[in-house]
Design a protein around this ligand. Structure first.
Ligand code: ADP
Ligand code: MG
Length: 260
C-alpha cells in the first residue's frame, strides 16, 4: 500500500479527525522527508498534539490516509466509522518506527532509570538482556545521566527525567522521533539541559524529527522547516528564517507577536 515517494517518511493525505461532531484536524495535507527536522507551532487547541498522537497510533482518524515509511497506518473502519489498523501486529510494526517524548515524562515509576530503558527493547523487540543493557548505558551517557542509572524517576529532577524519557524512546532505535512540548512542564532553569540533548539529536542526519514546541529560538536554530498550525490545518510553512522574519499570514504574525 505504498503511495509515497522514497524520500517521504510521513504523509497525511486529507486527514480528518473529529471528536463527536467537533473537527480537530480538517483535511490535513502534510509531509515530512526522511531525515528532516520539522517543528510545529501554533495556538493551543489547533491540533498539534492530535497530529503526533495519530502518528503514534494513540488516536484513530475519521478520514483520509496516513502513511509512515511507505505503509498506511490505518486500514479499517470500525462500527463507529473511525479508521483503525488492520491488526495488532501491523500496529506494533508501525509504532516501532517511532519514539515519542511527552510533556509529562511518563516514565515507569517503579523501575530504575536503566530498566526504563531496557524494558521495551527486551520485551517488545526481544533484544538480549546484555545488549539492551549496553545500549541503555550508551544512551545514558549520551544524555549525561550515567551516575543516575540505578535511581528511580522520583529521585530525579524534571530535566533529568525528561532526558531519561528521550533516552528511553531512542532505546527502541526509532526512525522518527516525535516530541510534544518536551520542555513545557519544566522549571525554566531546567529547560536548557533538555534542549541541548534534542539539539544534539537534530545533528543526526538519518533521524527524522517532528517537534511541537513553544521555544521559538530553539525551533529557529534546529528546524529545516517550521509549520504554523491553525484550526487543524497548516496555515503557513517554510524555512525558519522566512517564517519567523517574514510571515505571510495575519494569524501567523499575530501568534508570533504574542510568543516572541
Ligand atoms: P494542541 O496540541 O494544538 O493544543 P490538541 O491536538 O491537543 O491541540 O487538541 C485540539 C482540539 O481537540 C482541542 O480543542 C481539544 O480540546 C480537542 N481534543 C483533543 N483530544 C480530545 C478528546 N480526547 N476528546 C475531545 N476533544 C479532544
Ligand atoms: Mg498540545
Amino acid at each position: 500500500m505504498t503511495d509515497t515517494d522514497a524520500d517521504t517518511i510521513i504523509k497525511f493525505d486529507k486527514v480528518v479527525k473529529r471528536f463527536d461532531s467537533f473537527t480537530v484536524i480538517d483535511e490535513l495535507d502534510f509531509e515530512v522527508k526522511r531525515g528532516e527536522k520539522v517543528t510545529i507551532i501554533g495556538p493551543s487547541g489547533s491540533g498539534k498534539s492530535t497530529v503526533l498522537r495519530i502518528l503514534m497510533t494513540l488516536e484513530p482518524i475519521s478520514g483520509g490516509v496516513v502513511y509512515v515509511d511507505g505503509d498506511t497506518l490505518w486500514h479499517e473502519k470500525g462500527s463507529d466509522g473511525q479508521l483503525r489498523p488492520a491488526s495488532e501486529r501491523h500496529l506494533r510494526k508501525m509504532r516501532e518506527k517511532m519514539g515519542m517524548v511527552f510533556q509529562q515524562f511518563n516514565l515507569f515509576p517503579h523501575m530504575s532509570v536503566r530498566r526504563n530503558l531496557t524494558e521495551a527493547p527486551i520485551q517488545v523487540l526481544g533484544m538480549p538482556k546484555a545488549e539492551a543493557r549496553q545500549r541503555a548505558d550508551e544512551l545514558l551517557e549520551m544524555v549525561g545521566l550515567t551516575q543516575h542509572a540505578d535511581k528511580y524517576p522520583h529521585q530525579l529532577s524534571g530535566g533529568q527525567q525528561q532526558r531519561v524519557g528521550i533516552a528511553r524512546a531512542l532505546a527502541m532505535r526509532p526512525k522518527i522521533m516525535l516530541f510534544d512540548e518536551p520542555t513545557s512542564a519544566l522549571d525554566p532553569e531546567l529547560v536548557g539541559e533538555v534542549l541541548n540533548v534534542i539539539r544534539r539529536l537534530a545533528e543526526e542526519h538519518d533521524l527524522t524529527m517532528l517537534l511541537v514546541t513553544h521555544e521559538m529560538n530553539f525551533a529557529r536554530q534546529i528546524s529545516d522547516r517550521v509549520c504554523f498550525f491553525d484550526r487543524g490545518k497548516v496555515l503557513e510553512q517554510g524555512k525558519p528564517e522566512d517564517l519567523f522574519t517574514n510571515p505571510k499570514e495575519e494569524r501567523t504574525r499575530e501568534f508570533l507577536k504574542a510568543v516572541l
